[in-house]
Design a protein around this ligand. Structure first.
Ligand SMILES: Cc1cc2nc3c(=O)[nH]c(=O)nc-3n(C[C@H](O)[C@H](O)[C@H](O)COP(=O)(O)OP(=O)(O)OC[C@H]3O[C@@H](n4cnc5c(N)ncnc54)[C@H](O)[C@@H]3O)c2cc1C
Length: 626
């Protein structure tokens, strides 16, 4: 994929183009949200192009693979930097892809701060430019540094009654809805981009009793959805606040209709239901065409109209560090900009769409838990809410996703394929963990496993061409081909840190750190079940004998949604330690935790919670400020 910034124009920005990255590099800057100081459309062009400029190509490691740049060099001067190839996630990386090349040219230096929220892309770009310099026989110290412009703007918001903290789906919905309610809104986002987790999400979203359902002749209701969300448990640990769950079930339909008819979110063929995540009672889950990022874009377009009319502002690289109060009620926000500038602004109401903590390793509720959330899931809303006196629900037991491969530490790009036909799941003790025919059981099984470690075990008999032993954790990256997946497995086996291959069960267990005797017994017993056609332990029916060389992939849970968070009432009004509403303070989405509103077990409830509670919070805040 060749990408240059010159190709991007707002008018030609299709959703598909936005996601594939073909015109994506300056999508955010075209919309005015990139947060980069220079206004030039050709962000990577040189300010001057002397005739003796020679170009060199360099590459560096981005988040999604190599980034390649073409650097024009005349004597010891960097005349131009052009990004010629990259696979980064557009909404996250846009700001770095435009800002870093510009600042390198302007400052004649690689000593440039990484763009907040796009650190890996920033470092990849600097590595690529440095690489091109060395091709020219130069190093950083050969450049005549001309300044230390960090490209950060300290922008003031419009005067507004309502402030929204966080530019993920919750914040975007809250801002767009408050604008629709006729309110002026200031949105603050701590990174250089909007979209939070939703811009990398698959885009499955749930809502009951919608126009889309009715058009398909489906009779659904909030009551049915509530019954589904709370099914099988009167356990207050699972559904701690039934009235909040009910509000979610009741508002999710009107919210979906609003997204569908007012925001004009592209729901593709508008058909509900999707494989693993389809609720068994009704297909009330819908896939946003091209993933959650295209829903963000539709909302951003509405907010952009508000900006043009002078009713809204979006301030990037601006972290809310304190909620100001007067006589117990919200009176404003303290904002700390990325360059360290601190300012205070008055607001009557604040909506917290600050998201979860899935990318904060210190806040993980599990041992050995990784993440596939972007760095925007920072947990920074916790501190903010706690300081404002909010009642906080602890991160409680809720198994994150299972099967993450910890080959690169905390951030997990790869997952063992938990649907790999014939594979079994084994814990450190060497025994099987659950019925492997039911991937949904994996969450609970990994949650209960010692050290939360589970091994996905298979043999040569299962390594059939065309199957993938390893898959990606993130939808936006597409998928590994079976060939790439098999090759990745082999390279992980060669490294011997998270994958092993051996001719006998005992050898495999020894290499992988599994109880050797128990594991050997498990394999023997399991193969016996296959011969008999009866899994006496778990009742599995997809039985395949483990024969030939054996493989084990070590996996742990990985998080992409949180449970604990800010306690709210049914109006999304934040409650204090005595469960009393804090006047003017509202919260929604992952900031309030999944369990509080949707029991957390249903696919599509992450985006559903974010959008629904952003909507509720906006309506409540609008009514409050009058
Ligand atoms: C790979 C992946 C796939 C997913 N797929 C799905 C799916 O298909 N369906 C589904 O329902 N859910 C899915 N989810 C979950 C879903 O995307 C999230 O639950 C949801 O988007 C959370 O939205 P949010 O706005 O509440 O929080 P976030 O998206 O985390 O946004 C919070 C924003 O607030 C900012 N912020 C935090 N603190 C501050 C502060 N103090 N000042 C200023 N800004 C601050 C952050 O930088 C961030 O941008 C997926 C998640 C991931 C990671």
């Amino acid at each position: 994929m060749e990408t240059t910034v010159e190709t991007a124009r707002t008018g030609s920005l299709t959703r598909r183009g936005f996601l594939t990255g073909a015109v994506a590099v300056s999508a955010a800057s075209a919309l005015g949200f990139a947060g980069c100081a220079p206004g030039a459309t050709s962000a990577t062009s040189a300010e001057s192009s002397p005739a003796d400029v020679r170009t060199y190509t360099g590459s560096g490691a981005g988040r999604m693979g190599d980034i390649m740049v073409k650097v024009g060099i005349a004597d010891n001067v960097i005349a131009s930097v052009e990004v010629i190839k990259q696979h980064e996630t557009p909404m996250i990386a846009n700001s770095a892809l435009s800002r870093i090349p510009q600042l390198v040219v302007r400052n004649q230096s690689l000593d440039i701060d990484a763009v907040t929220g796009a650190t890996i892309t920033s470092f990849g770009l600097k590595e690529a430019i440095g690489n091109a310099l060395s091709q020219a026989g130069l190093s950083e110290k050969d450049l005549a540094k001309t300044g230390k412009d960090d490209g950060i703007k300290v922008e003031e918001p419009v005067e507004a009654d309502i402030a929204v903290v966080g530019g993920g789906l919750t914040g975007l919905v809250a801002a767009a809805r408050a604008l629709q309610n006729g309110k002026r809104v200031a949105l603050f986002e701590e990174t250089a981009h909007l979209g939070g987790s939703s811009c990398v999400s698959d885009g499955w979203i749930t809502g009951a009793d919608t126009i889309m359902e009715r058009a398909e002749g489906i009779e659904d209701s909030a009551d049915q959805f509530y019954a589904f969300l709370t099914q099988g448990s009167e356990d207050p640990a699972i559904v701690p606040y039934p009235e909040i769950t009910r509000t979610y079930a009741e508002t999710s339909g009107p919210l979906m209709d609003w997204l569908d008819t007012y925001v004009n979110v592209d729901f593709g063929e508008r058909k509900g239901g999707y494989g693993l995540y389809t609720p068994p009672d009704q297909p009330r889950i819908y896939g946003v065409n091209n993933g959650g990022g295209s829903m963000d874009m539709a909302l951003i377009e509405l907010i952009q109209s508000g900006i043009r009319e002078g009713n809204a502002s979006v301030v990037l690289e601006a972290r809310a560090t304190n909620i100001l109060k007067d006589d117990g009620a919200v009176s404003g926000l303290e904002i700390t900009y990325a360059d360290g500038t601190v300012k205070e602004f008055p607001f009557k109401a604040v909506i917290m769409g600050t998201g979860g903590y899935s990318h904060n390793q210190d806040m993980m509720p599990y041992a050995n838990c990784g993440t596939c959330s972007p760095s925007t899931a920072s947990g920074h809303g916790w501190e903010l809410a706690e300081n404002a006196g909010a009642c906080m629900l602890p991160p409680s037991i809720y198994a994150p996703y299972a099967g993450g491969i910890p080959n690169a530490g905390f951030e997990m790009r790869y997952q063992a394929n938990l649907k790999f036909p014939g594979a079994i799941w084994v814990g450190l003790e060497g025994t099987r963990m659950a019925n492997e025919d039911v991937p949904l059981l994996a969450k609970g099984a990994w949650g209960k496993a010692s050290d939360n470690v589970g091994y996905v075990v298979f043999s040569d008999a299962q390594r059939v061409d065309g199957l993938r032993p390893i898959v990606l954790t993130s939808y936006l990256e597409g998928e590994l081909t079976p060939w790439q997946s098999a090759e990745l497995l082999d390279s992980l086996v060669d490294e011997g840190k998270v994958a092993w291959k051996a001719d006998s069960a005992v050898e495999l267990a020894r290499a992988a750190g599994i109880d050797e005797a128990a594991f050997a017994q498990t394999i023997e017993t399991y193969n016996g079940y296959c011969d008999a056609g009866n899994d006496a332990d778990f009742g599995r029916t997809g039985l395949q004998k483990l024969e030939g060389a054996l493989y084990a992939l070590k996996t742990v849970p990985y998080q992409l949604q949180c449970t604990g968070g800010i306690r709210v009432n049914a109006d999304a009004n934040v409650l204090d330690a005595s469960e009393q509403p804090i006047p003017g303070l509202y919260a929604g989405g992952e900031a309030i935790g999944m369990r509080q509103s949707s029991a957390g077990g249903q696919g599509g409830c992450g985006l559903g919670n974010a959008a629904t509670w952003g909507y509720i919070a906006a309506d409540s805040a609008s009514a409050y400020v009058g």
